[in-house]
Design a protein around this ligand. Sequence first.
Ligand code: NAP
Ligand code: NAG
Ligand code: NAG
Length: 315
Amino acid sequence: MMWIFVACIGLAAAALPDDYPVRVMRGVRGNVPMPMIGIGTWQYNNSLAEDTVSTAFKMGYRHVDTALGYGNHMGVGEALGKSGLQREEYFVTTKIPGGLNATGTLQAVTRSLRELGLDYVDLMLIHYPASWTGEGGPDARKEEWLALEEWAMSGGARAIGVSHYCKSHIEDLLSVATLPISINQVEYHVGMGPSADNVNDDRDWMESQGIVYQSFSPLCGPCADPMELITGEVVTEIGMPHEKSGPQVALRWLTQQNIPIIPKSSNPKHMASNMDVFDWDLTDVEMKTLTDTATPASAENGGDCTVALEEAKLV
Ligand SMILES: NC(=O)c1ccc[n+]([C@@H]2O[C@H](COP(=O)([O-])OP(=O)(O)OC[C@H]3O[C@@H](n4cnc5c(N)ncnc54)[C@H](OP(=O)(O)O)[C@@H]3O)[C@@H](O)[C@H]2O)c1
Ligand SMILES: *[C@@H]1O[C@H](CO)[C@@H](O)[C@H](O)[C@H]1NC(C)=O
Ligand SMILES: *[C@@H]1O[C@H](CO)[C@@H](O)[C@H](O)[C@H]1NC(C)=O
């Protein structure tokens, strides 16, 4: 009866590894485990994205963050295809541009899956509350969200969410949404203060609505001084008694607040150390020192809260 035994093994549900850090978020059909860490790919071309994702997945990463606008879906898809993993064993986040009408939304999600070579993504985000040039507004946001919902319900994504949205943008969606807004991905790192009081404010309100607050640029990659959270004095000194590096302190400050992170690195040593931010703790005093640190400033001058509050068209 050996074949029954083999068949049973084949049926074992594939998923993220049991010890992969996750937090629960609301998906299209019930809760979905949201990985607390993934590898970022912004500014990487196809070949660098492929190499980076391959290396990261070999060392245990199971989540990649990409976007249609990054132009590297094909490289990411190549790495996933060659990973040897089953589809259920890893998590893919991507994003479509903001400011799209229903037709444009469907085209963008369809193109994303085709480029990635996937039947579905785990998380599809709307990248921005309007087009990058500010075209959009409340009605446009509602149209794009509802088109995304319809596509997701047909099986395209396990969860859908937004990025760069402030409270008023989210309220526009909540007035029409029939599916949960799973997450809001925003810039957040040491130097931006408490999350209730930064350029992408209202974390507490978002969490009260069941929306997970996720950090992008957790190491302040695009900031004026991109080394402040790498070799800067505050993070370096706090790390010493823990035998951790500055970047590990900056990342731990986020994960200790239950904020999922997507640090980007193409250096295998950095990738590995960036994953070591879960089974040790900063003290309350250290957490407060990091929260009270006023630099590095956000890379987004003024933040997103004034983006396309009214309907605006390009002229
Ligand atoms: N939704 C959005 O609009 C949006 C916007 C920005 C970013 N994101 C997402 O968030 C991801 C991360 O943000 P980011 O790319 O802006 O930058 P980041 O992750 O804050 O910082 C990346 C920089 O830090 C360096 N680094 C990483 N780990 C390090 C370590 N342990 N030691 C020393 N240096 C280290 C990297 O260089 P090395 O390669 O040399 O390690 C790289 O230059 C993006 O890639 C993207 O997926 C989303
Ligand atoms: C992709 O980026 C890498 C690193 O910046 C560079 O060396 C390589 O030439 C680029 N490849 C292409 C095809 O542009
Ligand atoms: C939707 O947007 C596209 C451009 O993305 C445009 O060509 C098309 O005319 C728009 N459709 C409607 C119904 O406005």
